[in-house]
Design a protein around this ligand. Structure first.
Ligand SMILES: CC(C)(COP(=O)(O)OP(=O)(O)OC[C@H]1O[C@@H](n2cnc3c(N)ncnc32)[C@H](O)[C@@H]1OP(=O)(O)O)[C@@H](O)C(=O)NCCC(=O)NCCS
Ligand SMILES: [Zn+2]
Length: 200
């Protein structure tokens, strides 16, 4: 979509560490004070803000934007074009204890293509955030989020649907929803939203 992609070698600011055994795609920029741990794959044309830690063994798809102060731990997978707002939090141990080793009990967190996670939101491990879903600032997500779901609050609940363009879809009773901003259209069925025509 809109943004230009680059075929340049990745840029890593000199204050950041990239461990051996990592792969960083063309055009990706990694800004100040980041650490990318071994076994991690970051796609093309991503932007990783200041003070991010990613890995080990984490996958980040193409064109993701990760804002300042985000840690992506083992068990987190971001598909393409995922937006992680500043200081959002991922987890990988469901019942942590300082005195019990639970590294073999990591639960996977999958964030699907095009989803956005608001500033300071927490994603409790073991959930899947659907395609183009939107997690509001400060939410605590504890359940799977359907495609296009708009979730806010603690614990996060679905308060509506968002368009692929990121704007909330108007609440209607008809089952058909049309975006006021980009005119994409969707149909709602059994608590799921499917695209009829996406114009972005
Ligand atoms: C979710 C969001 C996009 C607003 O969407 P919206 O469709 O305009 O929603 P509204 O503001 O009309 O709010 C709808 C309801 O949800 C509530 N709400 C909205 N965002 C909320 C949030 N983050 N947490 C808790 N409640 C929230 C509103 O208070 C309102 O409640 P009400 O119906 O009881 O009055 C916005 O609030 C948000 O969280 N954006 C994320 C910003 C961010 O983190 N950016 C990071 C990059 S800088
Ligand atoms: Zn739209």
């Amino acid at each position: 979509m809109g943004e230009q992609s680059s075929t340049a070698a990745p840029f890593v600011h000199q204050s950041s560490y990239v461990d051996d055994g990592t792969s960083i795609g063309k055009g990706t920029k990694i800004w100040h004070f980041c650490h990318i741990l071994k076994g991690t794959t970051i796609g093309e044309n991503c932007v990783i803000g200041q003070n991010c830690m990613i890995g080990p063994q984490v996958q980040v798809g193409n064109r993701c934007k990760i804002q300042n102060n985000v840690s992506l731990y083992a068990g987190v997978i971001l598909e393409e074009e995922v937006f992680c707002g500043p200081s959002c939090v991922f987890t990988n141990v469901y019942t942590p204890r300082a005195f019990i080793e639970r590294k073999s009990e990591f639960r996977q967190t999958l964030v699907k293509r095009g989803a956005s996670i608001g500033a300071n939101a927490t994603i409790v491990c073991g959930v899947t955030v659907g395609r183009y879903a939107f997690i509001g600032a400060g939410a605590v997500v504890k359940e799977d989020v359907p495609d296009y779901g708009l979730y806010v609050g603690v614990p996060a609940r679905r308060i509506g649907w968002v368009c692929k363009c990121g704007i909330s879809l108007p609440r209607q009773g008809t089952g058909k929803l049309t975006c006021a901003a980009c005119h994409s259209s969707y149909t709602e069925n059994n608590n799921q939203l499917s695209a009829i025509e996406e114009l972005v």
